[in-house]
Design a protein around this ligand. Structure first.
Ligand code: PMM
Length: 437
């Protein structure tokens, strides 16, 4: 999985003091562009600090700060998220063009948030980023009493994800965030990071927000380095390198530093992956009806459509490992380099193969010990539908990230077919395949 960078854009009156040459909004918009130029995929726009001890901002003022910035960046095709705990601000921000609601309270602060997130998901394909918190941040960390911080944060996030789904948020649009620094000591934050796999096992993408936080200062203080927030960027970038490939994204102030960290980590990981056997290429499916289960006969003759669980098929990528194979998943979406492709949309056909140990599920006949293929299909379809991009390579990478987010998945082989691609000559199919990690 390629980890993305989310750049922090705090729009508060004192964030952009330049002696009055620009308004706060103009300066924030310019900063948003700069973050993207440095490598941010998403610009996270916030108008109220959620740091412990910060003064609350009325929602009218919060919206006055963030909406013009989101509107202007969205008009330039820059993807934004809204960092807010207020449902009304989230609703207005999505209407202004924000593609994610980043709620550090995970929908617990404002009772209307889950409904707003559900509507934003169904009407705009907006993600819902669920942060872990135990209440309005408390500078004294009096609520940081965990017997097992990893298990408790994991369980609480899983519960919030279920609540969001019950309210109508599409499962494939949920992102979880451990809420580093929110009612957690530095040591607890490091524990959460060191056990990030326990969170990714839940099957959702995970966002990490360690940037400039006290946990970084504490680690540096351990070797005698006093670092005020702006001096914590190098150490933050090291965290980015350490979570690369596990986290879906990192929320950081210094985008350039994290982009470099990711480039290094990904070069490292890619070089390691090169020693694995290369996948065979598979012929393109000819017909692709709705998803169904592969039969025993299909196992002998690998299925062209459907979902199957097998340890004997040799369709490439996974060697002799157990795997679940989903083929011919048809999704209508708006990817492509041409304007008409963006406007009209077209069919994309997805084949996904996930390597997962199936023995425990089989011996206990236990669904919870395997990948629920219905949920996998749903999550993949949601990922393909949202956020139009130019390339099917990007779509394939995104789908692989979703598949790798499912508990127990060790490898994902994803093929994205574009059978109606605008190619002048007659052709049967065009497709790309990625194998991750
Ligand atoms: N931290 C802050 C604000 N928003 N959003 C997410 N998803 N995760 C975080 O960890 C997070 C956040 C507070 O940090 P800041 O004041 O440095 O922005």
């Amino acid at each position: 999985m390629s980890t993305l960078v989310m750049g922090v854009l705090n729009v508060t009156p004192d964030s952009f003091s330049d002696g009055g040459r620009f308004t706060a909004a103009e300066a924030a918009i310019a900063r948003g562009r700069e973050l993207v130029a440095q490598g941010a995929r998403i610009v996270d726009v916030g108008g109220e600090s959620t740091r412990p001890g910060a003064t609350p901002v009325p929602v009218e003022e919060e919206q006055r700060r963030v909406l013009p910035v989101i509107r202007a960046l969205a008009a330039e095709g820059i993807e934004t998220s809204i960092d807010t705990i207020h449902a009304e601000t989230a609703r207005a921000a999505v209407a202004a063009g924000a593609r994610s609601i980043n709620d550090v309270s995970g929908g617990t602060h404002d009772p209307a948030m889950l409904d707003v997130a559900a509507r934003a998901a169904s009407e705009h394909g907006a993600r819902f980023i669920i942060g872990h918190w135990r209440g309005v941040p408390d500078p004294a960390h009096q609520r940081s009493d965990y017997a097992d911080v990893v298990a408790e944060v994991r369980d609480a996030l899983a519960e919030r994800a279920r609540a969001a789904i019950a309210a109508g948020v599409d499962r494939g649009l949920i992102v979880l965030d451990p809420g580093l620094g929110f009612d957690k000591t530095g040591e607890q934050c490091w524990r959460l990071l060191a056990h990030l796999d326990r969170l990714t096992e839940l099957g959702y993408p995970v966002l990490v927000g360690a940037s400039r936080k006290r946990m970084i200062a504490e680690a540096l203080a351990g070797v005698g380095i006093e670092a005020d927030p702006a001096a914590r960027d190098l150490a933050t970038s090291v965290v980015t390198a350490l979570v690369a490939g596990s986290a879906w994204g990192v929320r950081v102030h210094d985008v350039a530093g994290s982009a470099q960290a990711l480039a290094v980590a990904e070069a490292w990981q890619a070089a390691g992956a090169e020693t694995r056997p290369a996948p065979e290429t598979r012929p393109a499916p000819e017909t692709r009806p709705a998803v169904d289960m592969g039969s025993a006969q299909d196992m002998a003759d690998p299925p062209r459509t459907g979902i199957s669980t097998a340890d004997s098929m040799s369709t490439g990528g996974a060697g002799s490992e157990d795997r679940i194979v989903l083929t011919g998943l048809e999704v209508f979406a708006h990817h492509g380099v041409f304007d008409f492709e963006r406007q009209n949309g077209q069919r994309f056909i997805i084949d996904a193969e996930v390597s997962v140990d199936l023995r425990a599920a089989a011996s206990g006949d236990a669904l919870e010990r395997t990948v629920h293929y219905g949920e996998l299909a749903e999550a993949i379809a949601a990922a393909v539908e949202r956020d139009p991009v130019d390339l099917i390579e990007t779509v394939a990478e995104r789908v692989a990230g979703v598949a790798l987010g499912f508990a127990g998945v060790r490898r994902a082989t994803v093929t994205v077919h574009k059978p109606d691609a605008p190619i002048a000559a007659a052709f049967a199919d065009v497709a790309v395949t990625v194998v991750r990690p």
